[in-house]
Design a protein around this ligand. Structure first.
Ligand SMILES: [Zn+2]
Length: 344
């Protein structure tokens, strides 16, 4: 072995925490390895939470490592919320962990959204995390885009995660290219993400060369677009021939003009609507579309054309030109009136 190779090997051993092996190699090959260097590595092991490796290394190097120094590191681990390292170290050194300190740390972990560390800490002190703290923790996890952690926190709190928090989580996930938890979060919230944010997610995936995830995001965006398109209300005016073909009884409507009380000379127009309006937004949309046809007042007859299509009837008084036409008789329950919303 060349000197460089030996030096590299020794460094590799030291970096991995195998100090005894490094010292042996140095002894056999005569490669230099100073006590200061070894001391530095022991500190590094301790900083990393590698307490056993530090103890073994110190023994091999003939460096004293007092119980005080070691228990000082236990405190340090606790301060840095390295619960696992603290538990490990206390077991190896044989000193109990301070319960009050762990209780404080457990709560702090929850407040930082570190659910795994928090649970570990609560386990040590044999306490259950309080529900309100779990909810705070869950919401922090969601804001960090950590869906699984957030869900776990809510599950332990015995609560269903709120839709709003799930949507926040989903959006964070999409923004950082985490398509699967993003979609899961939206699904749990019973909401649909926008195609824009799904595309942002797809781009983020592409930047990281995760092509499968990118495809998943773009496919989801496409589906949303198709869904929106199918939700669009399309209105088409029907001709007389078409109306005859539809075999809908249009005669006995009993319409009357509210302005001149004319009941006979009323001109009617009929429109086919691609789907029934279901929400207030739908109604407003439909009203806008009808306005573009020059119709202010109209009736919607729900679901009469099949496949969820509706029939719109708009009437104008042949005498005074008013479209203030109402049903004067007949079964009004069949109709849903959408009144012109006059802006005042
Ligand atoms: Zn009239």
């Amino acid at each position: 072995m060349t000197d460089e190779k030996v030096a590299a090997y020794i460094k590799k051993c030291l970096d991995a925490g195998r100090m005894a092996e490094a010292i042996d190699t140095s002894r056999v090959t005569g490669a230099p390895l100073s006590k200061e260097e070894l001391d530095g590595y022991i500190r590094k092991y301790l900083e990393n939470g590698w307490i056993q490796k530090a103890i073994d290394g110190a023994k091999a190097a003939g460096i004293e490592l007092s119980k005080d120094v070691l228990s000082g590191y236990v405190d340090k681990y606790l301060e840095k919320e390295k619960i696992y390292s603290a538990v490990d170290a206390s077991r190896i050194i044989g000193i109990p962990l301070p319960k009050e300190k762990i209780a404080v740390i457990a709560k702090e972990c929850l407040r930082k959204g570190k659910i795994a560390s928090a649970l570990e800490a609560y386990k040590i002190i044999k306490e259950k995390p309080p529900q309100e703290e779990l909810i705070i923790c869950g919401n922090i996890c969601f804001k960090d885009g950590l869906l699984a952690d957030g869900l776990e926190a809510y599950k332990l709190a015995n609560m269903a995660p709120p839709e709003d928090e799930l949507v926040i989580c989903g959006n964070v996930c999409f923004n950082i290219g985490q398509v699967t938890p993003g979609l899961d979060a939206y699904k749990l919230a019973n909401k649909t993400p926008t195609k824009e944010i799904l595309r942002i997610c797809g781009e983020a995936c592409l930047l990281e060369k995760r092509t499968d995830d990118a495809r998943k995001a773009f496919v989801a965006a496409q589906k949303v677009e198709e869904m929106i398109y199918s939700r669009t209300i399309v209105v088409r005016e029907l001709s007389l021939e078409e109306l005859k073909k539809l075999k809908i009884d249009l005669s006995n409507k009993g319409l009357a003009c509210l302005d001149c009380e004319n009941r006979t000379n009323i001109k009617e127009r009929y429109f086919e609507v691609s789907r029934c309006p279901e929400t207030k937004e739908d109604e407003e949309e439909l009203h806008k579309i009808m306005k573009s046809h020059g119709v202010e007042n109209f009736y919607v007859e729900l679901d009469v054309l099949g496949n969820g299509r509706c029939l719109i009837n708009s009437s104008i008084c042949g005498n005074c030109g008013s479209n203030n036409i109402v049903l004067s008789s007949g079964d009004e329950m069949d109709y849903m009136e959408i009144k012109a919303r006059k802006k005042e």
